[in-house]
Design a protein around this ligand. Sequence first.
Ligand code: ADP
Length: 628
Amino acid sequence: MAQRQFQTEVSRLLHLIIHSLYSNREVFLRELVSNASDALDKLKYLCVADEAYKGINFDPRIDISFNKEAKTLTVADNGIGMNEQELADSLGTIARSGTKAFIEKLEADAKKDSNLIGQFGVGFYSAFMAAGKIEVTSRKANDEQAWKWSSDGKETYDIESSSRDTQGTTVLLHLNEEGLEYANRWSIEDIIKRYSNHVAFPIYLTYDEKEWDDKGNEKGSKTKTERINSGTALWRKPKSELSPDDYNEFYKQISHDNENPLLYIHTKAEGSLEYTTLFYIPAKAPFDMFHADYKPGVKLYVKRVFITDDDKELMPVWLRFLRGIIDSEDLPLNVSREILQQNKVLINIKNASVKKILSELKTISETDKEKWNMFISEFNRPLKEGLYSDWANRDAIMELVRFKSSAADGWTSLAEYAARMKSDQKYIYYISGGDEKTLKASPLLESYRAKGIEVLIMDDEIDDIVVPQIGRYKQTAADASKEWELKAVNRSGADEELGEKPDGKTESDAKPIIEKIKNALGERVKDVRLSRRLQDSPSCIVSDENDPSLQMAQMLKAMGQGNIPDVKPILEVNPVHPLVAGLKDTEDALVIEDVAAVLLDQALLVEGVKLKEPADFVKRLNRLLSRK
Ligand code: ADP
């Protein structure tokens, strides 16, 4: 038997593993199973691709067994195996460059997070978290001779000749105190189901089951072997072999949702990047969709081995309702969760996936109205978030968001609005800041209606944040040169298309009235103007082009954003309305004051703005009503 020295880095790493890593100890089992699965993958490939391996009867399996009394746990596979040299190379050195730097980082890391292990391909060594001594017996496929590697994980290891019935590798752990908790059926099953359920090869667990006689006395035990992973890796099957039921069942398994999903998107990418994705959109928005600490729903696998289901960066935040799986062939198996976000492979998968999802949604919006409406009623809002958080995909998202409209029931897209526009219409108009009913009843819309100009009804709180981000809409479909600015109807400049400016006579007739109102309202308004927007109502408020809207200012205040300056409205009045016209011949200061205040307050009320002094409004209104 030859005693050999571990490479210095390995000794240091092992020292760290044994003395400092204690969180997530159970991952050692995942690491060993992954290695076994890799070894099977390699042999599987050779049996197909290489004449020299044609003679091998490839019946892949991974076997786990344990012995509580002897304090052992075994993971065995009949995969590719290792010869003497490979044992020494693989389990005595770390070939990866940057190992030293990594170990230094680990040594400096106060948390000693075991998720960091394996970042440099050192997964096997994590078994020393659970074992004081490890024996690896391996026989390389097509070799007769087997070898046994053994070590206590300190400075040295031994390699001696050994024997094994078939090709493959058996890893025997002599469990330490902490590792002993894994020497039972339930822990092993639990860990395997959690981390390795979709490993494509069958994983068997052998255990002893006690037997009882009729009187309830123990009469001995029987050894049983049972398969413990489902091993289906459903997402790896060709679509043609999967039924909607298969997809739906799998969705329920991974999402803990009892309802079928709204849709699924199954993609297999080949070429420079190899990966499979299976995404689901739930029928109902997850309950925590608007919680800051929502649970992300996309799991990352590498070669069918579970890596993480808790990475919010796997998908853009606005897609946080997405459920499903990314399975990459190109990531290192033990990629560190901490550096996932910077991983180029993953970034590419993420970008391609978002594009795929967006194009799929577009197809559904064009082909399946019912499904599309269900989607929009649940997910329109996160979609809108995408407009300001996902610049790269803004144009695509812009085609998907929906709004209510003054001209049509149900949902309207910007493209549909554009298609209905008058040929010379300059802007896309919208009204925001209130619920649908309030907005549709707003006097601001009167003239737009009369002119047949459609106005988008933005009744969602976040519209006021989103719309300035949209800014302009560019038609991507037929005529790409067309582009329109979105304009709020309650903005001072939004009335230019509503007809001629009041002529000189109207203007001069109304001047004394405007002056009276202006004087009466004083500091409460920014300005008082004649309106082009009003048909039936006496007054309305608009905001200056560059001010935040009143509703927006109110919302920011409610959110505790303290130093929002008071935004003053511009009051527009309808000169032909009797309430306004009546002011012409009045000189009674109290009446002028009452009318002016009521014109302003009612315009505020209709827009859903809370009055500062409702009692004052009521008092003035009653005084006007009871005037002789
Ligand atoms: P990684 O699996 O990330 O490469 P490990 O430290 O877990 O890192 O394993 C090191 C190497 O040991 C593997 O790359 C593989 O070549 C070899 N190895 C480990 N376990 C087995 C096994 N069960 N069968 C064959 N080779 C194995």
